[in-house]
Design a protein around this ligand. Structure first.
Ligand SMILES: *Cc1c(COP(=O)(O)O)cnc(C)c1O
Length: 448
């Protein structure tokens, strides 16, 4: 193994590449990660390219990854961790999945971008559309942020209305007009919004608490005929997992139809996560527009938005809504997406995954109940909250004990388990988390 970043660290690694456990207490060393971080902050703001990676919310310094396989990540000090973050939900089929890897290795020999169409784009669009039939037309972009931003532009162009309604604690990427009451990293940093976003840019963004029909009703009574779209994470995961209650999603479908507004499901996390057909299939509620990301790129920067033909035909070159991208539909990303979806298309895969996950989460809950933890979950997505009652919205989530969460997180890390590093995130069970791994994790949790 060579460490080009830190050639001088080599002998130190050999000396320190140990994870000594004694009496359940870990003496894991992260000396090289600390050095790498010192170096990184000299060139990169905060040393990271996405804020939550800095691990500030859990009172740690970032670890630097050397490699990953299945559900194990190995840091540059040689420590192994069982990963439940999985690149924020990308690797439902595990890190370095051999089917995806082989496809990508072949594809890369043909060149990596042309700025000219390839049939791969059509193949993946067709596959996405078969699996999520409401996405009659699909356009690929490079990130979830871009997918949501573009879906909203299309919704506004189609309805000729300006307002959008989003929910507190739902995160839809970092586009200016969506950085209002956004969960995830924004919540972690304690920003209600972001500096650098002029008031005028968010003047058309309305916000309601999640699961609150009355609040939505009131907003529609006042703004209804000016609302282009309601956007929602069908399983909010960026304030930690907070499931819908009492048919909230169906209610949103009904009221948007009543006012001729569009319903956008941001399935950047949930697309291909709970079922192949996304959360819309899981809940049986069909939106007008959908965004997918994370899983669909198979570990490469790809995402997509899509919906009914007449809405999507507003897009240039067919219609007047402009949207474009130099690397959009990138052949390597399309290849990784196709390979990932082929792995996920195995019969019974989601059923087995969700049964395994639900059993694990139930055991986790029974161990942690005494420690004042409530676990919110849907299928294979889960978040432990240090609070008495299961959170129903962002307000509830904010009242949970984040110090306790951070303490628990650090305990898990020091025992070789990498949970998503914030109270405001989801953890993911993947098809590669074997029963063996899961029972090891439960054993570690028992020691907390
Ligand atoms: C991750 C995420 C995004 C943003 O995607 P990026 O690829 O990080 O830009 C948008 N919406 C949801 C629901 C997400 O989880």
């Amino acid at each position: 193994m060579t460490y080009q970043l830190l050639p001088s660290g080599r002998s130190e690694i050999e000396y320190l590449r140990v994870c000594v456990r004694s009496g359940g207490e870990s003496l894991m060393k992260r000396i090289l990660s600390e050095k790498a971080f010192e170096e990184a902050v000299r060139y990169i703001p905060g040393g990271v390219n996405s804020p939550v990676r800095a691990l500030r919310a859990v009172g740690e310094k970032p670890l630097f990854v050397d490699h990953a396989k299945d559900v194990t990540i190995t840091d540059i000090d040689g420590n192994d961790y069982i990963d439940f973050c999985l690149s924020w939900g990308v690797f439902i089929a595990g890190h370095a999945n051999p089917v995806v890897q082989e496809a990508v290795q072949k594809a890369i020999l043909n060149g990596t971008s042309y700025g000219i169409p390839t049939v791969l784009e059509t193949h993946l669009a067709k596959r996405v559309s078969e699996l999520i039939p409401s996405m009659e037309r699909v356009r690929f972009v490079n990130s979830g942020t871009e997918a949501v931003m573009s879906a909203i532009r299309v919704a506004r162009g189609f309805t000729k209305r300006n307002y959008i309604l989003k929910f507190e604690g739902c995160y839809h990427g970092h586009a200016d007009h969506l950085l209002v009451a956004a969960g995830s990293g924004v919540a972690t940093c304690g920003m209600s919004s972001s500096a650098g976003v002029p008031d005028g840019f968010v003047q058309y963004t309305l916000v309601a608490p999640f699961n609150d029909k009355d609040a939505v009703e009131k907003i529609f009574a006042e703004y209804g005929d000016r609302i282009a779209a309601v956007i929602v994470e069908p399983v909010p995961a960026n304030m930690g997992v907070v499931p819908e209650r009492d048919g909230f999603l169906q209610y949103l479908r009904t009221i948007t139809q009543q006012y001729e507004s569009l319903l956008i499901f941001d399935e950047v996390i949930t697309g291909f996560r709970l079922t192949l057909g996304g959360a819309q299939k899981f809940y049986g509620v069909t939106p007008d527009l959908t965004t997918v990301g994370k899983i669909v790129g198979g570990g490469f920067p790809a995402a997509a938005f899509g919906g009914r033909k007449e809405i999507m035909s507003m897009l240039a070159p067919e219609g007047p809504v402009y949207q474009a991208g130099t690397l959009s539909g990138n052949p390597i990303a399309m290849t990784a997406g196709l390979a990932t979806l082929s792995v996920l298309s195995e019969k019974g895969l989601y059923n087995n995954l969700n049964i395994k996950a639900e059993k694990f989460i139930a055991e986790l809950q029974s161990i942690l109940r005494d420690k004042g933890v409530v676990i919110n979950s849907v299928g294979n997505m889960f978040t432990p909250f240090f609070t008495e009652e299961a959170p129903r919205n962002f307000d509830d989530v904010s009242k949970s004990n984040q110090k306790e969460f951070a303490r628990f997180w650090r305990y898990m890390l020091s025992n070789g388990v990498y949970l998503s590093p914030s109270q405001f995130e989801s953890n993911f069970v993947s098809i590669q988390h074997t029963e063996e791994y899961l029972s090891d994790v439960l054993e570690i949790v028992r020691g907390y």
